[in-house]
Design a protein around this ligand. Structure first.
Ligand code: OGA
Ligand code: MN
Length: 292
C-alpha cells in the first residue's frame, strides 16, 4: 500500500515556486498538501526549501493528521518538551493558541519564547530541521512572524568577527531561555529531559554546506568566556543577523502552511493584543542533526 502521504501519480507539473526579492522565502502554488504530495512534488519542495529557507503555501486547509504526514516527508518528528501545548492523543502536534473552548481569548500569548528571536529546539542535542506551522486563526493586527536569514547574515559578517567566532561554542539552555523570555520557570522534569547543551556559534548546513550564525534566545553564554562577555557577543551576533536586510516578514492568512529551515534561520512573532485578537497555530517539528 502506498504511504498515506505519497500520491500514487508521480507528477509535479502544476507546482510554481515564486521566491521573494533577494531569494529569501518563496511562495509555492499548484500543490495540495491535504491529499499527500507525490515524490516529484516533494523533490521540488525540498529543493525550494534548501534554496529559499522559508516556504509559504497559501490556502491549505489541513487537519492535524495530514499536517503531520506532510512534515514526515522531511524526517522523524520531534515532540515538545512543554506537555501543556501537546495536542490530545497527538503528542507530535502542538497547539499555540490564545482561544479557549468557549471562543473567548485567554488574554495571553501562549508561549512567550516565540516573541523573541530563536531557532527551534536549539536547547537540545539534535535541534529541529524544520517546523511546519499552519494557522487556523490569525490576528487582524500584529502577530506577523519574522524570519532572519542567518546564512546571509554570516556571509555579511566582517572578517575579524568571522575569525573571532569561528571555533566558539555557545551553551543553549531551555531553563535560562524561559527566564529571559518571561515564561514560567522550567520544571525539574523538563530540565532532566532537556539539560543544557553546547553548539557551534557558526554551524555548517548539512545539506548545502553553507555556514550560518546559530544563536537566539535559547543560547545563554559562550563556552570558555566570561559569562557577561559571552552574553554580549551573542547579543551582538543576534542584532547583526536580524537587520532589516536579512528579514522576511510573514503576514498570515487563515490556512497558510509555512515551513522554515531552523539550521539557517531565526524567527519571532511580532506582539499583538492577546486579549482582543485570536491567534492559533498548530505546529509539527522535524528533528535535525547534531550541529557541526
Ligand atoms: C514556533 C514559533 C511562531 C508563530 O512554532 O516555533 O516560534 O508564528 N511560532 O507562532
Ligand atoms: Mn519557534
Amino acid at each position: 500500500m502506498a504511504d498515506a502521504a505519497t500520491k500514487l501519480t508521480d507528477i509535479a507539473e502544476n507546482v510554481v515556486i515564486a521566491p521573494h526579492a533577494n531569494g529569501f522565502a518563496a511562495e509555492i502554488t499548484g500543490i495540495s498538501l491535504a491529499d499527500g504530495i507525490s515524490d516529484a512534488e516533494f523533490a521540488l519542495v525540498h529543493q525550494a526549501f534548501l534554496d529559499h529557507k522559508v516556504l509559504v503555501f497559501r490556502d491549505q486547509p489541513l487537519e492535524d493528521l495530514p499536517h503531520q504526514a506532510f512534515a514526515m516527508r522531511f524526517g522523524e518528528l520531534d515532540g515538545h518538551i512543554n506537555k501543556s501545548t501537546r495536542q490530545k492523543n497527538m503528542p507530535n502536534v502542538q497547539v499555540f493558541s490564545n482561544v479557549k473552548f468557549d471562543g473567548k481569548t485567554t488574554g495571553v500569548h501562549p508561549e512567550k519564547g516565540t516573541l523573541v528571536w530563536h531557532t527551534d529546539k536549539s536547547y537540545t542535542a539534535t535541534p529541529s530541521l524544520t517546523t511546519v506551522l499552519r494557522s487556523p486563526a490569525i490576528a487582524s493586527k500584529g502577530g506577523d512572524t519574522l524570519f532572519a536569514d542567518t546564512a546571509r547574515a554570516y556571509e555579511n559578517l566582517d572578517d575579524a568577527t568571522k575569525t573571532q567566532v569561528a571555533d566558539l561554542r555557545a551553551i543553549h539552555d531551555w531553563g535560562r531561555s524561559r527566564l529571559k523570555s518571561g515564561e514560567r520557570p522550567a520544571t525539574d522534569e523538563e530540565m532532566t529531559a532537556a539539560p543544557p547543551v553546547d553548539h557551534p556559534i557558526i554551524r555548517t548546513h548539512p545539506e548545502t554546506g553553507r555556514k550560518a550564525i546559530y544563536v537566539g534566545n535559547h543560547s545563554s553564554h559562550v563556552v570558555g568566556m566570561d559569562v557577561s562577555e559571552g552574553e554580549t557577543l551573542l547579543a551582538e551576533l543576534e542584532a547583526h543577523a536580524t537587520q532589516i536586510d536579512f528579514i522576511y516578514r510573514h503576514k498570515w492568512q487563515v490556512n497558510d502552511v509555512i515551513m522554515w529551515d531552523n539550521r539557517c534561520t531565526m524567527h519571532c512573532v511580532e506582539p499583538y493584543d492577546a486579549a482582543k485578537e485570536k491567534r492559533a497555530v498548530h505546529r509539527v517539528v522535524v528533528k535535525g542533526d547534531k550541529p557541526v
